[in-house]
Design a protein around this ligand. Structure first.
Ligand code: SAH
Length: 333
């Protein structure tokens, strides 16, 4: 502590360089309670040892300053040739959350594609457009967590552990999900798990089905003069379910467009609750299934009829329902 002019306890300190000076600095910083990351292609054995023991994080490759999220950055001399350990084997990799967009592989962002092309491992999901995985470098490991034992219900902890394990083994991991990772994608939990394990992370936002699903069916989620907002809710449990925390009565009064994800099976109870709470039964509604895929289908009706129509026409998940005047804008193609 005495060596440092600023208190470092609990702070993230990045040391650029892996020589004896870095080793001494790291030891002092750790004693003072700092979270230490060393960025250097090669480091002296004592730094490698601290990294092995999980006391600090060692990046063997150039790291982007944004990824490191440092409070303090110190530049120190690099490791002398006589006393160094190769970085490749022991460097900590990174985890990048990439939103793949819905259905159409063309809706992956350029930043997302760049991250995929640089990945050593891609951990993917069932709603990710398969074509997104076509252009990966040779030898890239693809882990489909929908297919690991346990199937769709792979516990989040198992996925978190997998991401951390690959990154700790020095690999750059892309965690690829349908739509956007933070819209019912559990991306936040994965970031927390990585942060706890000292694994640096980055987020590449994706095109979310909650906006793109309606858009691909020609429905704008907002429209000047009709609605001043949109509310996206998860319909995975019906309104009367103990796990449901959505206030449907309040939602019915918001005056915003209502977008329901994961709500095919529960659409009847959800629309009933909205109408019971005073949303006019004539409010336009549409359900868009397989948005962005060749099999895309949209069914239109009102909040009172949409659940029955979806059922009769055999709409299956994934589908997004949009309720509000925007579902029937005059003059739109
Ligand atoms: N993170 C995703 C949403 C995950 S929840 C996103 O931002 O899009 C899964 C739900 O998303 C599905 O039940 C469905 O409601 C919706 N969804 C995902 N892909 C879709 C698609 N191609 N067409 C319609 N709805 C889709």
């Amino acid at each position: 502590m005495s060596r440092h002019e600023v208190p470092v306890a609990g702070r993230r300190v990045v040391l650029l360089g892996g020589g004896p000076a870095a080793a001494a600095e790291a030891t002092a910083l750790l004693a003072a309670g700092a979270h230490v990351t060393v960025v250097a292609p090669e480091v002296v054995a004592s730094v490698a040892d601290l990294a092995d023991r999980g006391l600090l994080v060692w990046h063997g490759r150039e790291a982007h300053p944004d990824d490191l999220d440092a409070d303090v950055v110190l530049r120190l001399p690099s490791a002398p040739a006589t006393d160094r350990v190769a970085g490749r084997a022991q460097r900590v990799g990174t985890v990048t959350l990439v939103g793949a967009g819905p259905g159409d592989p063309g809706l992956l962002t350029i930043a997302g594609r760049d991250a995929l092309l640089a990945a050593d491992v891609v951990v993917t999901d069932r709603l990710v457009p398969q074509a997104t995985l076509r252009d990966l470098r040779a030898g890239v490991e693809v882990v489909d967590v929908a297919k690991v034992p346990g199937g769709r219900s792979t516990p989040q902890e198992t996925i978190n552990a997998l991401l951390v394990e690959h990154a700790r083994a020095g690999r750059d991991v892309v965690r690829l999900k349908g739509g956007d990772s933070f819209v019912f994608g559990r991306g936040g939990e994965e970031l927390v798990a990585c942060a706890k394990a000292g694994v640096p992370t980055r987020v590449v936002p994706g095109v979310t089905s909650s906006v793109a699903g309606p858009a691909l069916a020609g429905i704008p989620v907002t429209h000047r003069g009709l609605t001043q907002g949109f509310t996206v809710v998860s319909g995975h449990v019906p309104p009367d379910h103990p796990d449901c925390t959505v206030d449907y009565a309040a939602l019915a009064r918001t005056g915003t467009t209502i977008v329901v994800l994961m709500g095919v099976r529960t659409l009847g109870p959800i629309t009933d609750a909205l109408v019971a709470a005073g949303l006019p039964a004539s409010t336009p509604a549409a359900i868009v299934a397989d948005a962005g895929l060749p099999s895309q289908r949209a069914v239109r009706g009102s909040v009172a009829t949409i659940a029955g129509l979806a059922d009769e026409t055999g709409i299956r998940p994934p589908a997004v329902t949009v309720i509000g005047e925007v579902a029937d804008v005059e003059g739109l193609p």
